[in-house]
Write a new protein. Sequence first.
Length: 549
Amino acid sequence: MDYVTRGICGQEGCRERRYYVDNGLWFCRRGHLQEGRQVEDDPDDFGMQGKKHRVRKEKEEASRKTYRGRWAYTLFLQTYQLILWKQCHALVTDHGFPEQFEGVVRDLWALRLRGFSSRINENMNDDDDDDDEPQIFSSQTTPADSGEESGDESGFKPESHILQWPRLMDTVGLCYLAAVLMRLPVCVVDLHRLIVRQEIPYIRATRAIPPEMSRKLPPEFIGMLEINNIPKAERMHRCLVELGVFYRDRFGITLPRLNAPLVLYRHIKRMAVPIDIYEMTRKLQNMLGFTFDYPTKIRGNGRREALHLPEVQVVVLIILSTKLLFPFDGLNRNPTTSKEPATQSMNWDKWVEAQRRFNHHEQTGGQIGKEQMMRLTDQDVLGMNMSEIDQYMDWYEKDWLHDVKTTNPIADMFSPSRAEASIENNVNNKPAPTAGTDTNEALDILLRSVMADLKPTSIDPGSKGLQPGSLYARYRWESQLPENARAFYELGSQLASISLTTLVRVVSIAEWRIAKLLLDQRRDEWMKELGIDEDEADDLDEQFSDLEI
């Protein structure tokens, strides 16, 4: 007899747990009838014990799996190339780059791709069973290689013969190199601003990748493309130097000099200083020996090495020329002739005020720019009004939330989006001028307001007082900068894409070089007056250097 185990019977203190069925009635093993339990036989359903209906799940395609081995390598390079193409397309379509720009970037990428293609083709000759094995294909060496030490995965070594994965920052570097080869007046600050404003794919670049591709990439490759923070402009300088050295050593591509006249004109216009300093920058360039050539070797990370960057050299020349012709101390300096460039004086208080209005132009109309949203802190959010909070949340939802489709009908009733957001965008969005047009108009207003405050200085041919260039102020440390000079230096550091501390350091070095050059010239003139030739002067220098004081 078959028994079924259930709960305790409980009748007359029975503790039996096993039961059986007899004529449709349940009895415990000791014969107690279980009331309320009855099984009726249905002759029509004889032998039917119930049917199970299972919903068959659709089998996932084999292509949904995460790729490994050579397939992962190939997919990563294809994904990387897609991001690079979208960056070039945005620069050509939205920012006025020439159509030939995309072809130059493609050629540079094709050269870089040679090393990866050869390695992947070597792996293609292996058996398919090797795809599941861990493979090293980056800045690390394989165990079979001759005992070379593995390099830094986060760094890039152009001189290394070890094949390294391209970094996401290299996409921007390739765009910059292409602009330099085409002699376009493009600076690091331009590309950095486009990244911060999310006008080219960089921050969270995986959103620019189709889901079918991102799902198949291994996590380590996704991590190389998922950049969630703003890159430092100084780090971009080093990346560009590394790429320039790489293409020079591997393929013999020498970068031309920086298109200094156009870049100098752009910076003079943005810094809103008189065009008179242009000629002074040329004279100082010859004195300092600046060639605007790009470095041909990677130097240290010290602030002294920043002076070798051509864009930094341009900003340094502008600052030196401005301090000579239009100093920040407000003292009257009278030129001796009308041909001198310092025949006008600047009102630096009005200049600072005009620059603040220009910077505030980015937030006109109560709108918050993406650059500001990326830099917001918790303290900034506490001071925002309801409209600004809505703008911030809409931006966060669009750029940071994943596009996950929920099938829960209850969850659909509580959408994280604002229902009126799409309506407002469709109704209120009217054709407006481009950002570049607005910026140019604001820059023209800035120039007119600053130039209107220029005052002519009186010319005194026989003046023995202060003349242009006298009482030149040198600042060795950031803390020594007065208020107006700090504002001017900060703007220069933004255009040079370096920190304020670094800019103060390189300007101080340039001033020291000029002072040493002038001192050597005066020394030579003094020696000539005394009738001492160069050999005798060198002997005197050696004698004075041997003296112990």
